[in-house]
Design a binder for this molecule. Structure first.
Ligand SMILES: Cc1cc2nc3c(=O)[nH]c(=O)nc-3n(C[C@H](O)[C@H](O)[C@H](O)COP(=O)(O)OP(=O)(O)OC[C@H]3O[C@@H](n4cnc5c(N)ncnc54)[C@H](O)[C@@H]3O)c2cc1C
Length: 376
């Protein structure tokens, strides 16, 4: 039973944002900037964000050479340029908002490992992709650097080509999310954690937001930012995709520095100080990994360890310290879903595997969509 005071101060909001990941928090910040007088709350079912934003590998990336080439097979040059630009713009927004020191932004560059003859043919199109992206970066993005293979400690039997991207960087995911939370709270947005939204009841007066603990919030408008978990709340076109990540203990004499990808981005690793953070393997069982269950399948973990042994750290002793998983959301296209779902319910979901890059921008666009719709 709620008190008079609780009803006065805690249950009525102009905007309820569901989901406290990078998109939910960015949406809250942007909405509060546009509507400083608005009463806004973010509802996060976890004690802290519990989807992808606190579980990822912390790549500040916008696409490897083979990913861009694969996109060019399905999309026009202009569409691919726009896709890369959105990721790049999103990263700049995140950096400007929180500061490079705060999020531990380190621009060591990124590398793509080419392992098959087919992958090596991508080098023939490197100049074409650089020319396409020149207006955005004002410089070449991708460069073939086979001479670095040995210096980085890779197996030369397996790595046949190496492409360097000078603009790729890494961040500390935990610091980024904590700073986003602090930024949100400092602006006067409320944050309710530890209880999820079970359902929405919309009528002409507003939206009833039913919480799992039985409390009913009243909202003028609602923003759904629940990414892979959205279908539990409302119909939408997305599929979850689980991603497994491991971190090693510190490795003495570690040669790797930067972010690294292979197999069209299905595998990714980076240094964090003198550790390796390594994730991927979803393509081993795409159907089985289409799940919102957090878990770590043995066969994926074995594959990651095998690649550490024979490809990434051949001959170097290491210990895996910890393993975890997070849940992403995918669809037919790489574009997120940004839309007005009904009169008072909006959504920004389906971030794919580069949500660190586009999350801030999607939050901005969602806040724009909401304020423009509400004020017209
Ligand atoms: C293993 C892994 C590695 C990744 N690596 C990278 C990377 O290196 N670089 C990169 O750019 N991207 C990476 N990504 C992708 C990126 O993390 C995501 O695209 C991004 O975090 C999505 O943000 P979001 O806010 O949309 O979703 P989420 O972070 O999933 O946030 C949604 C939130 O909604 C909450 N929620 C769900 N249902 C409810 C409910 N009913 N009520 C209340 N709250 C609810 C969840 O608990 C969650 O906190 C990775 C993802 C994973 C899983």
């Amino acid at each position: 039973m709620l008190s008079f005071w609780e009803k006065e101060s805690f249950v009525e909001y102009d905007f309820v944002i569901i989901g406290g990941g990078i998109v939910g928090l960015s949406t809250a910040i942007e909405l509060k900037t546009r509507e400083p007088q608005a009463n806004i709350v973010v509802v996060e079912r976890g004690v802290f964000p519990s989807g992808a934003s606190t579980k990822n590998a912390g790549f500040a990336c916008f696409g490897s050479l083979t990913e861009v080439l694969s996109d060019l097979e399905k999309l026009s040059e202009q569409e691919v340029f726009d896709l890369v630009k959105r990721r790049w713009d999103g990263l700049q927004l995140l950096r400007n908002r929180l500061g490079d020191n705060t999020i531990d932004y380190q621009n060591y560059g990124g590398y793509e490992l080419l392992q098959t003859d087919d992958q090596l043919t991508s080098l023939e199109k490197l100049d074409k992709v650089n020319a396409l992206l020149m207006p955005l970066f004002d410089s070449e993005v991708y460069r073939s650097v086979p001479e670095k293979t040995e210096a980085l400690g890779f197996s030369t039997d397996r790595v046949k080509g190496l492409v360097f991207n000078q603009f790729e960087a890494q961040i500390h995911t935990g610091k980024m999310m904590k700073a986003l939370q602090r930024c949100t709270l400092s602006m006067g947005v409320d944050l309710l954690t530890g209880t999820g939204v079970e359902g929405l009841d919309e009528d002409q007066a507003g939206v009833g937001v039913r919480l799992a603990n039985g409390i009913l919030l009243k909202a003028g408008n609602v923003a759904i930012c629940t990414n892979a978990f959205t279908t539990k709340l409302t119909h939408t076109d997305l599929k979850p995709g689980r991603g497994v990540v491991l971190v090693t203990q510190p490795i003495s004499g570690l040669k790797l520095k930067g972010t690294f990808h292979y197999d069209e981005g299905y595998y990714y690793f980076r240094n964090y100080q003198d550790r390796i953070i390594f994730g991927g393997g979803r393509n081993m069982d795409l159907e089985g990994e289409t799940t919102t269950d957090f878990g770590v399948p043995d066969k994926i973990l074995s594959k990651l360890k095998n690649d550490l042994d024979h490809l990434i750290l051949p001959g170097q002793p290491y210990e895996v310290e910890q393993v975890w998983s997070g849940i992403m959301a995918f669809g037919e296209t790489k574009q997120p879903i940004l839309k007005r779902q009904s009169e008072r319910v909006f959504m920004g979901v389906r971030l794919g595997g580069m949500g660190v890059a586009i999350g801030s921008l999607l939050g901005k666009e969602l806040a724009e969509l909401i304020t423009e719709s509400v004020n017209n």
